[in-house]
Design a protein around this ligand. Sequence first.
Ligand code: DGY
Length: 330
Amino acid sequence: MTAKPRILVARAIFDDVIGKLAAHFEVDANQADDALAGPALAARLAGKWGAFTTGGERIDAALLAQCPTLKIVANMAVGYNNFDVAAMTAAGVLGANAPGVLTETTADFGFALLMATARRITESEHFLRAGQWQKWRYDLFAGQEVHGSTLGIIGMGRIGQGVARRGALGFGMRVIYHNRTRLDAATEAACQARYVSKQELLQTADHVVLVLPYTPEAHHTIGAAELALMKPSATLVNLARGGIVDDAALAQALQAGRIAAAGLDVFEGEPQVHPALLACRNVVLTPHIASATEPTRRAMAHLAADNLIAFHTQGRALTPVNPEALAPGR
Ligand code: DGY
């Protein structure tokens, strides 16, 4: 009997997913959820054929040079900015992500964050819990209108389209979007979304939602200059990745009342959060949980596992990000 390939599951994950993987692989499961990065990750990957990662483990040239047996890394995340894709391709290592299965759940959360931000839900709850609610007032926590307002989405992939549909069909919002490439007419019609420049979007949207993937070009897509273009009554939601917003510039804009409020699920350098953001009253902060429902996290984990299994049994991953890594003679 040939030995099973060895894999590392780099973070704690559902027991049944470990069981499914164990039918095909010799699994080194980090169910203790030890922090694995850099040298510790490289050491744990020694002799491994594959890795199951969750989006936080950096896979770059330095790590790959120490892991010559590695053939595939499967992320339990749609985002894969933890992969240096060029380095992986050069090393002949296939990367896979987990698209599709989290689209609607993440779009739901985007809308929840937009609503909480615009209607000052967490800020008012803190006020109430602190025993500060003495009487009704006409302007107590008066927020921004959501229904009938203009929703601007930057990054119009699957999740962006989900947010657009919720805004247009559920809340009667005018939807405008900006994206690297314009959508086809049928998709625009389904989302009731109109393509505009980034500048027009920032100047006219009442609520700006960021859902674009992180790339070096997307770094600080929203900084001081962009915040200065937004309406003072506007809100900003970052559902995408830390680093897409300049968090220090955002904190300054929030403190100065340059924009009304922000809702953030992702942060530069997370799980650290810029201290100036923590001091802002007009920001809703959540710990990267947009896809966090039990069924969705389970579906993401199974897709990552299925990518490893399909590559082992059929020589191809279901959702590869760099199929060129397998090109003959590469
Ligand atoms: C993703 O899938 O990219 C989400 O951010 C969850 O990590």
